[in-house]
Design a protein around this ligand. Structure first.
Ligand code: MN
Length: 179
């Protein structure tokens, strides 16, 4: 947790002595919450990865699915926050409606947020299919790519150096490496 990107309150907290000031110390949310992956048979099959943060489900559409093995990088396109209740949704969205098609839960479980920054998250997932440590890293680059992220499972040797996974590494070269 030495990476300053992972400590959004670090500067705030460093400036204050909370034994002396009545201001709230605040802390990054590291409590347990849920995650879910929904298999969505829309016009193009994709998998919606969502996890609880700040009372909503942060959401990404992952065309090729969330990898179950380390070192497989998958494109994850950020989508709008969804309500927590959506994590339990399975059913068929009618034709003509946004996201028309069937949705079923592919996996669900608990998540712990280990790192949180504007361009990256590291999560510990405890699901049925997905377990272990996952990183979400936003692509750097053109504005129209800002919603493009990578999702990957970290191998044990990567867990302490996730910041080495710079977004700039996550371009076509890596996508070709997908298995
Ligand atoms: Mn979807």
């Amino acid at each position: 947790m030495a990476n300053p990107v992972s400590m959004p309150l670090e500067e705030y907290q460093a400036k204050r002595d909370f034994l002396r000031t009545p201001e709230p110390e605040g802390r990054v949310d590291q409590e347990e919450g849920v995650f879910v992956v929904q298999e969505h048979h829309a016009s193009h099959l994709h998998y919606d990865f969502r996890f609880e943060l700040g009372g909503v489900l942060k959401s990404w559409a992952v065309p090729k699915g969330v990898p179950e093995q380390p070192n497989v990088k998958r494109l994850a396109v950020e989508t709008e926050d969804h309500p927590l209740q959506y994590g339990g949704f399975e059913g068929t969205i009618p034709e003509g409606e946004y996201g028309a098609g069937t949705v079923r839960i592919w996996d669900k479980g608990r998540r712990t947020v280990l790192e949180r920054g504007p361009d990256r998250y590291v999560l510990e997932l405890t699901g049925t299919r997905l377990t272990g440590r996952y990183a979400l890293i936003r692509f750097k680059g053109k504005e129209n790519k800002a919603k493009n992220w990578l999702i990957m499972k970290l191998s044990p040797s990567q867990r302490d150096r996730a910041k080495a996974l710079a977004p700039s590494q996550g371009n076509e070269k890596d996508q070709k490496n997908e298995r």
